[in-house]
Design a protein around this ligand. Sequence first.
Ligand code: HEC
Length: 113
Amino acid sequence: MRFLSLIFLFSCVAEKGPLTYSLDGQRVLPATDRPEVVTFEYIQEKILVPKCLECHAWVNEPNEVNRRITPGAPDSSRLFRLMVNGRMPPRPAAPVETSELEIMRDYINQLTR
Ligand code: HEC
């Protein structure tokens, strides 16, 4: 297990692999918990449905989610910004975790303009 993690970490250093560090430089999810390629289905199932569906039925519609995202530019994406600044989900719900924000960032970054 440790050996596999080392290989994974090494491959991240060797090429521009998936992010394993959060914005503040903290290590986030163990490398093995992260999908190699973050698909729409992944963010929908793991993040948007559990944290947003309660109030936003549109998370079930890929087109509606994409409408709120600027491909390749997470920091210009309304959906992402509201999660990062803690406004979505609204209090008292817990903010989206840093590790999940990184996965969202990866997803938006890999979309082509
Ligand atoms: C408890 C209810 C609730 C939850 C949970 C929630 N939101 Fe919201 N959201 C709102 C309300 C209320 C507004 C403001 C009214 C509106 O525009 O729908 C809003 C507005 C938004 C908007 C701007 C308007 C739009 O439709 O583009 C976005 C984007 C958004 N939310 C994303 C999210 C995301 C992403 C999550 C999950 C991480 C989430 N919200 C979770 C209640 C919620």
